[in-house]
Design a binder for this molecule. Structure first.
Ligand SMILES: NC(=O)c1ccc[n+]([C@@H]2O[C@H](COP(=O)([O-])OP(=O)(O)OC[C@H]3O[C@@H](n4cnc5c(N)ncnc54)[C@H](OP(=O)(O)O)[C@@H]3O)[C@@H](O)[C@H]2O)c1
Length: 330
């Protein structure tokens, strides 16, 4: 099988470093690898596939000959540099929010809509971390009972803000002044992630609304979200509340979840068994528990989902998209 030329932009960041680990873990056949980061990291040496690779900064023509470039920097860098990859003939898989809602870019969770990339341009967007872990569960409910309305409430770890979030939590735990979040994250949860919009929601909340609709191809689905930062280092938890068109059957839902790869039901509350960040950290599973009927409506279900935001919420989903496209090509 052909080996591929791959670039990783943001290779020294939380998501980028995990992408590199996953290229090995998912046995991607890499012939040629180019690593990019900021000036700060220029010349850093990273060992992968038994070889050393040196980190470069971005320059005109740096993507020549690359089949796939995975971006994990931020929207500003993706906006400028991703189109240059396409000009050179390669695919982009982008972790930022830059292209997610662009009509001509696919927004993919491979278990749901991998083939969307076939009818769009060569820039593929990776969804927001909280969206990825919820949408697979929502899709299952929708297939079984038809989802009418969704409400998300997130409990998002500081690593969702990248390296800066982890440094800030450590600084606050060491009784130093906070300087990244608006409050001392070691002492409070913060119901503010990303900028506030004029509708009173934050950008992060609207990402969950719009991205869920796009991935499920349901542009009129009623959704609202509240996103909250919590003082833990990794993994996001989300309360998902779905109102359904058809009558909910707990047994049918649980039986279906048991058949899905990488979805693990942990739901024995009396014995304190439910999804926790400790269990989710470092793997690609999505953990579901506290599944129960929603008492506030006729036909609804409430549950709690946890997953590793750096893995399935970002790097793993990106590498799974890469693997999916490679499998389709071969
Ligand atoms: N963390 C999450 O849970 C998560 C989940 C989903 C999506 N994302 C998205 O993934 C992206 C990366 O997040 P992260 O958490 O990995 O952030 P991070 O830890 O702060 O890493 C940022 C990376 O971008 C690089 N970078 C910064 N400026 C650059 C420049 N001018 N040219 C080239 N590279 C540059 C950094 O290089 P240096 O090390 O040299 O500074 C670093 O490798 C963001 O768009 C984020 O929204 C993150």
């Amino acid at each position: 099988m052909k080996g591929y030329s791959i670039g990783v932009v943001g290779a020294t960041g939380l998501v980028g470093r995990t992408i590199l680990k996953l290229l090995e873990e998912y046995q991607i056949n890499v012939d040629n690898l180019k690593l990019f980061a900021s000036d700060k990291s220029k010349g850093k040496r990273i060992k992968l596939f038994g070889k050393y690779y040196y980190v470069e900064t971005l320059y005109e023509g740096c993507f020549k000959g690359l089949d796939f470039v995975l971006f994990s920097t931020g929207a500003k860098i993706s906006k400028i540099w991703a189109p240059k990859v396409v000009k050179e003939g390669g695919y982009v898989i982008d972790n930022s929010s830059c292209f997610r809602m662009k009509r001509n870019c696919a927004l993919i969770v491979p278990e749901i809509n991998l083939n969307d990339y076939k009818t769009k341009c060569k820039i593929i967007a990776n969804p927001n971390c909280s969206t990825i872990q919820c949408v697979l569960i929502v899709k299952t409910l929708d297939d079984l009972f038809q989802v009418k309305r969704i409400n998300y409430t997130t409990y998002q770890s500081v690593s969702g803000s990248g390296q800066k979030g982890i440094i800030e939590l450590k600084r606050c735990l060491n009784h130093k002044n906070h300087c990244f979040y608006p409050y001392d994250i070691s002492k409070t949860v913060i119901p503010e992630i990303d900028e506030f919009l004029i509708n009173g929601y934050t950008k992060e909340e609207m990402k969950m609304v719009e991205e869920t609709r796009k991935i499920l191809h349901k542009k009129n689905l009623k959704i609202s979200a509240t996103c909250v930062r919590v003082p833990i280092e990794s993994c996001h938890g989300v309360v998902v509340r779905c109102e359904l068109v058809n009558e909910y059957s707990d047994q049918v839902f649980r039986n279906k979840l048991e058949t899905l790869e990488n979805i693990i039901v942990l739901d024995d509350p009396v014995n304190h068994i439910y999804p926790t960040s400790v269990i989710a950290k470092g793997n690609d599973n999505i953990y579901v528990g506290r599944i129960r009927k929603d008492l506030s409506c006729k036909n609804g279900v409430l549950l709690f989902v946890t997953s590793d935001n750096i893995r399935k919420g970002a790097a793993s989903n990106a590498v799974q998209i890469l693997k999916g496209i490679i499998n389709n090509i071969n």
